[in-house]
Design a protein around this ligand. Sequence first.
Ligand SMILES: [Zn+2]
Length: 431
Amino acid sequence: MSSLLIKNITIVNSDYSFKANVLFEDGRVLQISDKPIESNAKVYDGTEKYLIPAGIDPHVHLALPTPAGPSCDDFEMGSKAAIAGGTGALIDFVTPKRGQSLIEATKERQKETEASEIPVKLHVGITWWDDSLDAEIESLFKDYGIKTFKVYMAYLDNIGLEVPQMHKAMKSIAKHGGMMALHAELGIEIMKLHYEFRQKDRLAAFNHPWTRPANVEFEAVQKALMLVEFTKCPTYFVHISTAESVQMIREAKAKGLPVFAETCPQYLLLDDEKYNGPFSQVAPFIMSPPLRRKEDQEALWEGLKDGTIDTISTDHCPFTMKQKSAGINDFTKIPNGVGGIYHRMGLIYTYGVLENRISLNEWIKLCSSNAAEIFDFENYGKIEEGEDAPVFIWDPEPEEVIGDSQPFSNADTNVYKGLKIKGKAINISEL
Ligand SMILES: [Zn+2]
């Protein structure tokens, strides 16, 4: 595409929408006008369509190493799913081995991200702690463009941090001007419950959510908020799933604490009834935190509406049924995760905007602009003259019913199967 004139389209930014003619040159927005634009460019009729800033999915796990093999989509596949679904940037993770230099692990992971067709940033996991990591955090922040550091309160046996270590990590992150991304689930409680369930031989897949009840999340959020108060470390709570957590984060924000929160389509649209059934039915829904009650979904939508929750990510981390089968006799061995990069924009448009839970502008704010601001994606999240912001056309008309498999994914199940999606992204570079 060299130059393109889109006529009569509705531009949707996070704060306002308006109808305009838009002239692009080499992907750059050259002119936006409510008057006719004179140009020899190829013309596209945008009537009844939206022009939106590209989505940002700030939490994905492509080719994540696990004992059941890597999550089944790599960076090339994940980025194709993003482009097809209206997303123009991703944030994935570096998961250093314990004892491994964070910088070495980051360099290795940055190489893997080169297979992506869109920009990818990385949250760097702090999976162990000694005071030598303070200098590494400083260097990652200054020399490698890393802003966010991921801490897991769960998974204490391999990547999680105990609270005293987490406190040290937070002090270091705050000192260097970074931000912590936090998986808030109490690891000790989960280990106790896993032990109890194993003693009672309760190892079928449907037991998974009972070992990660709501309090395991919101008590972790509560502990973390106390540490935020002590350290002033800016903290981004990933995949928040319970009503109680939403309320605690709402109160923390009201007190002026530097906190941000994220949820995912699976927690907004699916509930714990999915955990009734045999392995083949339940395994695709095994994720952490697990799906919650319908009441929690309502609280999450309210949190999105009132600004308590800032972003919607997918936590995209799909596995094939063959991989999930590693835990057929022991749910603790089922690799955790579901897919969603391709569906995210469409799901939130359909079940958020079209069901009047959020506005069109809030859709953009939650799926693009807020993430652009929190994670420093320059040019993303808004459509303005003179910017080379990545954009998509959103056609609100097409309808599809989600099937068994996931488009642009190697996964062979789809947790959103049967849901109807209205609207589809159009990639302007293909016009
Ligand atoms: Zn995750």
